[in-house]
Design a protein around this ligand. Structure first.
Ligand code: G3P
Ligand code: MG
Length: 251
């Protein structure tokens, strides 16, 4: 059976995570200002079990702090600056909770792709907690968030906790031979693939299997058009100033 993609075709990566500090409310606001109606962002748990937006295991690269995020409480994380590393204009930008991002996106009609990005060893717990929280926060939404992860353990836990929420399996590099078995086992809508490992024949096989297909991170307009022409459902991009709904109004 063919699964349909209910979301926009253009998704802002880590919010507008290149022009603004990634995975912050400022980045999500900027993506929205450029016309994006869907955001991808990375979610993991603080030491006290609060779902927060952060890409890396540690806070070192994207804040003025140091150490694993999983070793800090939300109160400790909230004292750090997650914007000044990017540019002075964003100094003092706080780490957002999933709760805060849900409030902003829901109030502004923006859809979400929550990438579950667990700290190593916390895959099942993170998948479970994020799915349960997403169910609660998006209970009245027109569309639920798409949950995606490179971690099949996290997706399995999300499936068990909130089976009604849509899921997609992220693949880092080469697609494994048994991609269809993995997607079906996790009852996913489809695959979210790295564009560097995505050719036309693969797109056709995935679409012929009836799966959805989103491609990341595509920052070149001709490449984005090519992927969409091949039948991909969506692209995830950092280039919010150029690859936005004005670039391709039909999207
Ligand atoms: O969800 C697509 C993309 O965000 C995966 O890579 O490392 O940017 O989270 P990464
Ligand atoms: Mg991501």
């Amino acid at each position: 059976m063919s699964r349909s993609w209910p979301y926009p075709k253009l998704i802002a990566h880590r919010g507008a995570g290149r022009l603004a500090p990634e995975n912050t409310l400022a980045a999500v606001r900027l993506g929205a200002a450029h016309g994006f109606r869907m955001m991808e962002y990375d979610v993991k748990l603080s030491r006290d079990g609060i779902a927060i937006l952060l890409h890396d295991d540690t806070v070192d690269r994207s804040s003025n702090g140091q150490g694993p995020a999983a070793g800090k409480t939300l109160a400790e994380l909230s004292r750090l600056d997650f914007g000044g590393w990017h540019s002075p204009a964003y100094a003092g930008e706080p780490i957002p909770t999933l709760h805060a991002i849900a409030a902003y996106t829901l109030a502004n009609g923006i859809h979400s792709n929550i990438e579950i990005k667990p700290h190593p060893g916390l895959e099942a717990e993170t998948g479970r907690q994020v799915a349960l929280l997403a169910r609660e926060l998006w209970a009245a939404a027109s569309l639920p968030p798409l949950l995606s992860s490179f971690s099949e353990t996290a997706l399995q836990a999300a499936l068990e906790a909130a089976p009604e929420l849509p899921r997609a399996l992220l693949i880092e590099k080469e697609v494994p031979q048994d991609w269809l078995v993995r997607v079906e086992r996790l009852r996913c809508l489809g695959l979210n693939l790295n564009h560097k490992y995505t050719g036309k024949a693969l797109v056709e096989r995935v679409k012929a299997a009836g799966l959805t297909l989103a491609i990341w991170t595509v920052n070149d307009a001709p490449r984005a058009k090519e992927l969409l022409d091949w039948g991909c459902d969506a692209i995830v991009t950092d280039e919010v100033a150029t690859l936005n709904p004005n670039w391709a109004p039909s999207l």
